[in-house]
Ligand binder design. Sequence first.
Ligand SMILES: Nc1nc2c(c(=O)[nH]1)N[C@H]1C(S)=C(S)[C@@H](COP(=O)(O)O)O[C@H]1N2
Ligand SMILES: [Mo]
Length: 215
Amino acid sequence: MGQPAERDSGERATRGAADLQLPPGQRLQKGWPVTHYGPVPKFRPERWEFRVFGATADGEKHCWNHEEFTALPYTTVEADLHCVTKFSMVGAEWGGIPARTVVEIAPPAPDVTHVMVWAEYGFSSNLRLADFTSDRTLFATHKDGELLTAEHGFPLRLIVPHLYAWKGPKWVRGVEYMTADRRGFWEERGYHNLGDPWKEQRYSYQEEPGDGPEL
Ligand SMILES: Nc1nc2c(c(=O)[nH]1)N[C@H]1C(S)=C(S)[C@@H](COP(=O)(O)O)O[C@H]1N2
Ligand SMILES: [Mo]
């Protein structure tokens, strides 16, 4: 736990412009394709809220409206995006609110081990708490200084630099704290429960005992 992020930063430190290192089986994509399941949701600021719920430390649900959530401290993270279908988009500078900030202001109960990140239309992805609180995991509002476009997740998407991109829901609306692991949308439909691209954890049939809940 906590290891993937550290190894990812190590890879980056040894990466020069000339010897671009991609995870095994990935190829570089020019430009930035749009990849998701279902339609692009319409952003309605008056209806939008970000919720933290489930096993919170105080047992309460925590909600922010769009203005409140985007007023949280802003930071940037440089990270690549690795799609399990084998393209990678490299060198993006993401801007937004660290996931760790959310965990600090709405802490989980002591027995929380995993989170489910929820997006519009019921899309979800599960993460180990340590992956969620990695110092590079970000609720992004911006890429390269510009607001995200609707098809790339405006107003908010999760970026988990050390995992495959399906672990980062676009149009994210909240986080559920969990005291046991549970599979999200793609994790139930054949993708690996953990999704580390450096270990090429693409599909659930590759899972080893302990990698995820029984299918
Ligand atoms: N809500 C939602 N988020 C999603 C997905 C999705 O189907 N729905 N697809 C994921 C996958 S598989 C990838 S590769 C990235 C793609 O992000 P992009 O379209 O900005 O390149 O979004 C991820 N986030
Ligand atoms: Mo993907």
